[in-house]
Design a protein around this ligand. Sequence first.
Ligand code: 4NP
Length: 177
Amino acid sequence: MEENQFKPMSLHSPNTPSKKKFHILFVCLGNICRSPTGEAVLKKIALENNLTDYFHIESAGTGNYHIGERPDPRTRRHGEKRGLQFESLAQQFNPDLHFHLFDYILCMDHNNLQQVQKLDSQQKYHAKVIPIMSFAPESGYQIVPDPYTGGPQDFELVIDLLETACLQFFQQIKMQI
Ligand code: 4NP
């Protein structure tokens, strides 16, 4: 049977796409302060752990005020000082697209959570919609407070809380890889 050299491709062949990607969407109100910070923090953690291939990470806002804008300059200034990179432009949460595309929809506060849940009228996706701070119960914070009308310490707090919660979220996800 020398002419028949064909071997069926193993399931573990390097040509077989075997990596499951986790699709994660951070959500806040404007998508210029908290959710882009969550996106940047989780991307940094994935990069530091050499696991970027396993993650697709985006962010969105429930409001439409800032669509197409870069993150707030204060978010960028505080974040970049702490090693975060901001690449994406603001988008509004789109129920027709995002419920289906993302495995985890991580909300910053109760208002964001309710707005997203309202768009899921049949509660088909309710298990995906989770407050990000539920991953850091020991922090004492149930929400990431809105820093938009606040000062520098409010932007630092956003980063502190998201670093803590995203690391614990990442550790849970990593166990599924
Ligand atoms: P974010 O902050 O929801 O963390 O992006 C805000 C940004 C903009 C506004 C409110 C909150 N705004 O009212 O324009």
